[in-house]
Design a protein around this ligand. Structure first.
Ligand SMILES: [Zn+2]
Length: 80
């Protein structure tokens, strides 16, 4: 299974690796509810791939710096 961490806001691939066994505690998702997992995880069984939404450092920084994050998100979208 190929695991990819995707930034929820800018859709950059933050990191990816291949693993034989999906260990939720290693993926950092074991504390999430099923609802939260369903919201951030996309499993593509045909391609043996699992995408996990997260935040890249840039976007974490943007959230910290911008009091109005929605505005910043819109601006980023335009830049892309
Ligand atoms: Zn990002």
């Amino acid at each position: 299974m190929r695991i990819r961490y995707i930034c929820e806001y800018c859709h950059d691939v933050i990191g990816e690796f291949v693993t034989d066994e999906v260990d939720e505690s290693k993926l950092g998702i074991s504390n999430l509810t099923d609802e939260e997992k369903a919201a951030i995880i996309t499993i593509d069984k045909d391609n043996s791939r699992m995408d996990i939404l997260s935040l890249c450092d840039d976007c974490v920084g943007a959230i910290d710096e911008e009091t109005n994050f929605n505005y910043d998100f819109t601006r980023r979208f335009w830049l892309h």
